[in-house]
Design a protein around this ligand. Structure first.
Ligand code: GCU
Length: 453
């Protein structure tokens, strides 16, 4: 029930609601979530001593307050924080100095943007609950359903469990590389809307991965942290706070979802079918945001495939184009972040942020990051393709300092022209809000880094 409600909220944000009729019970559940979310949001504003915030623009291009999609009006930010300059003004000139500067950037993201993960998060005990042989896209595979039980001795009123499935090719002789996906869940009976016209038909990513002889894992983020503000006193965040509301620098859902991916990787380290030193992470949209946060914070992930992550992910937050900080800081999305982040939608502005998204990408260096986006005419402009390209550009100097290759250009490439020669990669596919059309390119790119034994 909890999961279905969170799914419905997600779909409502994606405007699929019109095609999905809520039962009265589901509608009541949604209203209750909205009410509790508003209360939590208000109490956080209270802690921040803020009465109100600026409203973000609309994602509906027809609305009078539609988000800007005119490049000429994308008010160029005057300055971006420089990842290679310390707070005291000194320059970062060596990889060793980068490690020190990196810690400053992490501290800023922790305190102001994604929130701090508590020092003591309860342990997770993994249990394989079933193992089945199946065929995925014609490939024989073995799928394990695995549950991560979180120790709730510190607060037994809340139980938290991580849902994960791990699929590996049945034929594999030894441990295989694996791609982990943050996955949306579809309630029983839900028919996803047809893809928008123009979306290329592509082979299912799971099949593509298995055909390479790799495995995949599907992680359900909302199993351990709900996708709404009402859930902040529950899930793993609520458990570590003993059911109490967050403090302004406590972690938000993105950091919590990333924590779950790290715990799932702990499990993979114990699974003999998987080479846990060859695991990548992928996700779309809000889970694209979770993907880049995971990659930035857990050095064990070897590669990231970041799908249409937009604002709060790999898009320059200072850019006035598409979704804005004011949207992220509103009651529908603030739960992804630390409470402190709300301040940048009033009284502060995005230009006051001590960091910007290029520095989040830089935290992943020297490991490869593939930034993916769809076509503006099919996906829309809310995600800001160019803003995501620019995070790649501005993370470049950190990669080159570490002896790696950047995007190789400052010029936004034509659609379906991948920038794939370096450890920072970018490709705009011809489809909509999906990673599907970029999987084949991503997997070819990943071959340079992820090796099957
Ligand atoms: C909304 C939101 C985006 C988010 C997206 C999604 O459009 O504004 O920031 O990425 O939902 O996750 O589907």
């Amino acid at each position: 029930m909890k999961i279905v409600a969170s799914f419905l909220l997600t779909m409502c944000m994606l405007d699929v609601c019109a095609q999905w009729k809520l039962t009265p019970a589901q509608a009541a559940r949604r209203d209750s979530i909205n009410r509790i979310t508003e209360q939590d949001y208000r109490q956080m504003l209270g802690q921040l001593h803020i009465d109100s915030t600026r409203r973000g623009p609309s994602g509906n291009p027809q609305a009078p307050n539609a988000a800007n999609v005119d490049e000429a009006k994308a008010t160029p930010y005057t300055t971006l924080p420089d990842p290679l300059i310390f707070k005291n003004g000194k320059k970062v000139t060596t990889p060793a100095l980068w490690q020190k500067r990196r810690a400053e950037i992490v501290e800023d993201f922790d305190r102001e943007v994604y929130g701090r993960m508590p020092t003591h998060v309860p342990k997770v005990r993994w249990e394989v609950v079933s193992t089945v042989n199946e065929t995925v896209g014609g490939v024989a595979a073995i799928t394990k359903k695995v549950v991560g039980h979180v120790d709730n001795a510190s607060y037994p009123a809340l139980s938290v469990a991580i849902d994960l499935t791990v699929t590996t090719p049945a034929e594999s002789k030894g441990p295989v590389p694996l791609m982990m996906e943050f996955s949306f869940i579809f309630p029983p009976g839900f028919q996803p809307p047809p893809p928008p016209p123009g979306t290329p038909v592509v082979v299912d990513w799971k099949q593509q991965v298995l055909e390479k002889g790799w495995g995949y894992a599907v992680l359900i983020p909302t199993s351990y942290q709900a996708d709404n503000g009402a859930g902040l006193t529950q899930g793993i965040i609520g458990l570590t706070n003993q059911g109490q509301p967050r403090k302004p620098d406590d972690w938000g859902a993105l950091r919590a979802w990333a924590w779950g991916a790290s715990r799932a990787l702990d499990y993979l380290e114990t699974d003999k079918a998987v080479d846990a030193k060859q695991v990548g992470i992928e996700g779309l949209s809000r889970y694209g945001k979770a993907t880049i946060v995971t990659m930035a914070y857990d050095p064990r992930f070897v590669i990231a495939f970041v799908g249409s992550s937009g604002a709060g992910g790999t898009k320059i937050l200072r850019r006035v184009f598409g979704e804005q900080v004011e949207n992220l800081a509103g009651s529908g999305e603030y739960h992804w972040f630390a409470g402190n982040f709300i301040k940048y939608a009033g009284p502060l502005t995005p230009n006051d942020l001590p960091v910007d998204a290029h520095e989040l990408v830089a935290l992943c260096a020297p490991r490869p990051v593939f930034i993916s986006v769809g076509s503006p005419t099919v996906e829309g402009q809310w995600v800001d393709a160019r803003g995501m390209f620019l995070t790649g550009v501005h993370a470049g100097p950190v990669y080159t300092l570490l002896g790696k290759k950047d995007l190789g250009t400052l010029v936004f490439p034509p659609q379906e022209t991948g920038l794939l020669s370096g450890e920072l990669a970018f490709r705009q596919h011809a489809g909509g809000h999906t990673t599907a059309p970029n999987w084949a390119t991503f997997l070819r790119y990943a071959d340079r880094y992820v090796k099957k034994k």
